[in-house]
Design a protein around this ligand. Sequence first.
Ligand code: ZN
Length: 430
Amino acid sequence: MLKRFPPKYATPGELPALQLEGLQWTVAHAFRNSPFYRRRLETAGVSPGDIRSLGDLAKLPFTTAEDLREGYPLPLLSVPPREIVRIHSSSGTTGKRKILCYTRKDIDDWLQMFARCYEMAGLSREDRVQICVGYGLWTAGAGFQLGAEKFGAMTIPSGPGNLDLQCTFLLDLQTTVVCCTASMGLLLAEEIHGRGLRGRLNLKKVIMGAERTSEATVAAIKDLLGVREVYDIPGLTELYGPGTGLSCAHESGIHYWADYYILEILDPDTLDPVGPGEIGEMVYTTLGKEAAPLIRYRSRDLTRLVEGACPCGCILPRHDRILGRSDDMIVFRGVNIYPGQVDEVLSRVDGAGSEHQVFFERREDGKDYMALKVERSGHLGESADMPLSRAIAAEIKRNLMVSCSVEILPHGALPRSERKTRRIFDNRRY
Ligand code: ZN
């Protein structure tokens, strides 16, 4: 199905050999050219010649966000600085920013991957792609923009926010594809719905990236825009940026570009591989990244692998949507709760809207309490609140094994933002 930007292998059986070759190259390259990696590998007692099979990946030491901070300003640097043609930076929540650098080949590889995303989403060169994400140091703008140019579609770099301008371009240029964060997508969908513009648009697809999405948000966006196809693009600055995979049109997970990187799913505590279908931390090893290669980089993002062949016929493997971060894992009455699990549960309850907030509190009795605020769907009235809150509490109990109180709010009562929307409030630590 992927003709212009196909996988670098023809059958699933050929993938291990391709990955081993990339792994051997990466370890040798990092060992030879990066003092950081050389030290790290020597400490672990591993030399490039020790990597003889994919199983030898387990011998390699991990890399973390802490290593990136310590290597500021150009962490993991494995080429002479004159080879660098670009840097990107992610806003770290604590301490110094992370800066990642790219050679010309790194950029070319990234755009090849991104163009594959557009092909997999079924775009053609007739499409008009409105890119409503931040440009600049952030990877999103450059990735979506240059990837679409490489693919050959018309691009409209409208940037984030500015709903007035977005609506004007959607109408006047008859945009067919919108790229945005999930939060921005919801804002835009509600604006278009509110202005009654839906019937005058030519919008076919929404591609969302740079933020964890929930099924409820996707459902709300589809509903408000009358768009059938909403795709999810995962992305991590350390791993090029967004565009390293795309959700399948069959809604059976996210295909990831295993010909460019190895994805391990490990238990965040033991760092051993999790069992089939179990949730764990995404750990990345790149196969051809020159400037700042990743060797077993711990992303803290959580997901599970999706086993078996995909009904779409694509041979690239799949993982589930990102279910949260191991840092965000909440331990509540001895149970591990990932923010994405709450999304998953709510998406299965009829009548629950797209927005919610979860509060964890420690009361005077010394016990912890979980309280959920959930918006009801736009088409429901107050009379639905009681059965809805009961249904949500029961589903939470059944899936997460914890009790919680549920308050139903009118549609639109909870805050929306253009960037990441905060939904979990753990007030127990202070
Ligand atoms: Zn598929």
